[in-house]
Design a protein around this ligand. Structure first.
Ligand code: SF4
Ligand code: SF4
Length: 181
């Protein structure tokens, strides 16, 4: 018995007092992803990359809205969302104490507007993502024909783009004398 007590005194405290005292985390510890709704473009890259579907986006074409949501209860702190986000709108924080009394308190949602097509008026993509792409393209404006067309068609929906492409193909074929009409 005396030997055991001596050994305990020699060893000291081998455990930490958490949760009664703060726990020291390593610098690289991963915690809850923080989402900045201002920086977010609603592009859905994080939703596509998220392995457990903790992040989801639901598009309502009729209402012209897209809803971005995160469920922290499903998050595995893998950091894929942070890696793929083009604007740094989502970043892992050191926070790991996420206990709540109500499961719904682990969910957050943000609603964003969709842009409407400049030709047919249909809603087609998150307005912030369209603006972001337009800003990037305008910075790289050059003589390249593909770049010029991309800038022209940035506010056009996929269906109208296909019509543009079909018309262009028809015109080129006509000029080359491949069409009879
Ligand atoms: S850290 Fe991983 S699991 Fe959590 S929201 Fe980001 S991608 Fe999803
Ligand atoms: S990847 Fe970034 S910008 Fe895109 S929806 Fe996720 S948080 Fe928002």
């Amino acid at each position: 018995m005396l030997k055991t007590i001596r050994e305990v005194l020699r060893t000291g405290n081998a455990t930490v007092q958490y949760p009664f005292a703060p726990v020291k985390r390593p610098e690289y510890a991963r915690g809850k992803p923080d989402h900045d709704s201002e920086k977010c473009l609603a592009c859905s890259a994080c939703a596509v990359a998220c392995p457990p579907n903790s992040i989801q986006t639901v598009v309502d074409i009729t209402a012209g809205k897209t809803t971005w949501s995160i469920n922290y209860g499903r998050c595995i702190y893998c950091g894929r969302c942070q890696e793929v986000c083009p604007t740094g709108a989502i970043k892992l924080s050191p926070e790991f104490e996420l206990a709540v009394m109500n499961k719904s308190d682990l969910e957050e949602t943000c609603v964003y507007s969709l842009a409407s097509c400049s030709e047919c008026g249909e809603f087609f993509a998150p307005a912030k993502a369209v603006d972001y792409a337009a800003r990037i393209l305008s910075r790289s404006r050059g003589d390249d024909e593909h770049m010029r067309r991309a800038i022209e068609l940035i506010s056009v929906c996929m269906n109208c783009k296909q019509k543009h492409d079909a018309y262009r193909y028809w015109e080129k074929s006509k000029q080359a004398g491949e069409l009879l009409c």
